[in-house]
Design a binder for this molecule. Structure first.
Ligand SMILES: [Zn+2]
Length: 322
């Protein structure tokens, strides 16, 4: 039986608010998504057929996987993934590349550019690690994104998008300020609330995806077999801690503690810890922040959701790290 064709989002951006021209701006993001013009200055390595196949496989399976979290997937093709070639970079680009590498960032999704940069070169025998990194960034790509129109053009942050649109026959540059990317809420003063929580949820999704679909991706089978041999006697929980290609250990541990606690205090409303995790995942991928806010406030009292946002803040004054 042929599979039903999935509905796909036209870019990662679902909402542009504080404007009557939302449709125009969404169209502009679609254009950025398709043309990838904001990466024209990035010198790129050519992708091998294997790599192209890997990206295609992940995109296909991810479309299938994320509908359970209440969102419409984005159709990510290999043109959306930019592998940097440092040897061909300009001096300023080299600085940017070295900066990312020095911070230990291997890849970054840029919502304002609608694409991913892979900063570090990957070896052909490290496909499993590359695939894991790709999945992580592709979950960011598939997260809920919202912008708001700003009259104030000053103080542009790295997450903001400058968009040129035509209204009443006149071309105009407009600043769209990032509001949300997944769980991340961009505050005016450049702090990013919930950033750490967002990364933890994204990596937990990456782990679930990798456990379910990597065994079906032929290119990964050899490395996966080796890893399985090393981890076959471990319980699922220990395995997830042991496997080094999974990132954000500490952040994930904090998330687990939070989920355990929320579950213990709301056992009447949830059948399992995974059901609690799903509330977080839906807040990241779909426009479902309110149910999570309500759950946190119900568990810890009024104002606690805001408090959680502050506790998991991360300032990104110079970049949108990993
Ligand atoms: Zn990330």
């Amino acid at each position: 039986m042929e599979k039903a064709k999935l509905n796909r989002r036209e870019s990662s951006v679902s909402r542009v608010v504080k404007t009557k021209d939302e449709e125009l701006f969404l169209q502009a993001f679609k254009d950025i998504f398709e043309k990838q013009q904001f990466f024209s200055a990035v010198p790129e390595k050519e992708k091998s057929p294997l790599l192209q196949e890997l990206i295609k496989n992940i995109n296909d399976y991810m479309g299938e996987f994320i509908v359970q979290y209440g969102t419409t997937p984005v159709d990510i093709k290999d043109k959306h993934i930019h592998f940097v070639d440092r040897s061909k970079a300009t001096e300023s680009m080299k600085e940017e590349i070295d900066g990312a590498r020095a911070r230990g960032v291997q890849a970054t999704f840029f919502p304002q550019r609608q694409g991913v940069i892979i900063w570090e070169g990957y070896e052909e025998d490290e496909k499993l690690e590359l695939a894991t990194g790709l999945v992580h960034e592709m979950f960011h790509f598939n997260s809920f994104h919202a912008y708001e129109k700003s009259e104030d053009l000053a103080d542009k942050r790295p997450v903001d998008a400058e968009i040129c649109i035509q209204t009443e026959g006149v071309e105009k540059d407009i600043l769209l300020r990032g509001r949300r990317s997944g769980l991340k809420v961009f505050a005016k003063e450049k702090d990013i609330y919930f950033k750490i929580l967002d990364e933890a949820v994204i990596e937990e999704l990456t782990i679930r995806f990798s456990e379910e679909y990597f065994p079906q991706i032929d290119i990964l089978s050899k490395e996966l077999e080796k890893e399985n041999q090393q981890t076959r006697d471990l319980s699922l929980e220990v395995r997830r801690k042991f496997i080094s290609r999974y990132a954000y250990d500490h952040e994930r541990e904090s998330l687990h503690d939070l989920i355990d606690d929320v579950y213990e205090k709301n056992k009447d409303s949830f059948e399992s810890r995974e059901d609690v995790f799903n509330v977080f995942a839906k807040a990241v991928l779909g426009d479902r922040l309110l149910p999570l806010a309500r759950l946190i406030e119900k568990t810890y009292g009024k104002g606690s959701f805001r408090g959680l946002g502050k506790k998991t803040v991360d300032s990104a004054r110079e970049s949108l790290a990993k």
